[in-house]
Design a protein around this ligand. Sequence first.
Ligand code: PBG
Length: 336
Amino acid sequence: MQLPGSFPLTRLRRNRMDGWSRALSAETRLAVQDLIWPIFLTAGEGQRDEVPSMPGVFRVSVDRVVAHVAEAVELGIPAVALFPYTPMEARDEEGTGALDPENLLCRAARALKAAYPALGLIGDVALDTHTTHGHDGVIRAGEVDNEATVSVLTRMAVLQAEAGVDCIAPSDMMDGRVGAIRRALDARGLVHTRIMSYAAKYASGFYAPFRDAVGSTVGANRLGPADKKTYQMDPANSDEALREVALDIAEGADMVMVKPGLPYLDVLHRVRREFGLPTFVYQVSGEYSMVMAAVRNGWLDHDRAMMEALMAFKRAGANGILTYFAVSAARLLRAG
Ligand code: PBG
């Protein structure tokens, strides 16, 4: 790009001098409509427990979920993403609880759809919240088995869609799962159920607080790998992210996601530029917890740190952001 102008005729500080000219010069805007709120579900009744490593984030029981999202709906947040904290007694090595129509996610989806028909419901499709070992799939011969996992995920997706989930979000990183899920949904006539694929999801250390929240910490276990590096991406790669996204689009993804957020802004930017389809970013639990920890120590200002990170995602090309800050940010945006 040819950049005309030179000092002193050109002074870039001029437009920065007043609020009105800064507002007119802003290249990027953040709106409530950009926000997706991830919420955690827990068993029992009347439960609302704060996640210890995520101050201000709660796990709620299904009977409280409608009240829990009331403010988000009121504020105009377009969609929520549902994640269950499945009790240990409901988990097994195969993650069969994922196929129980009475599981936390399906029950919450039915309740939310009935209460707020216009609220978008995004369902997490992966087995980590249902397995005892915390892996996103089923383990065969010491490895997370691709095809065996995909066949469970397709049934899980259909079940969620039938419970009222509008958008299936496979967060597992198995190869070929988007196409298999699309075909399974279509075969049931669920042709309008959207798929937001976790297309470029990295093997990240920033998921630790989430794994606390849903009880899915992976470690040394007798069955399979001690981490998720055999299916989640290597943080060193971004060309590979484009291949992941291209495959998911070819398989029928309606929206794609890059995850985590701030450490992968370059990937987000490339994906949006290259493909131009609705592109989302997940500001993950560790990103949230870092800000909150610094805020609690008096080292960062909550609102400034939050809004700056969210704006960075928009600037890099995100159409929308999954963020635990969704409600706080929406309040601030509404307050003007
Ligand atoms: C797993 C899943 C993870 C997150 C969303 N879905 C963690 C993982 O891959 O182990 C992380 C979200 C966050 O950290 O906020 N299917």
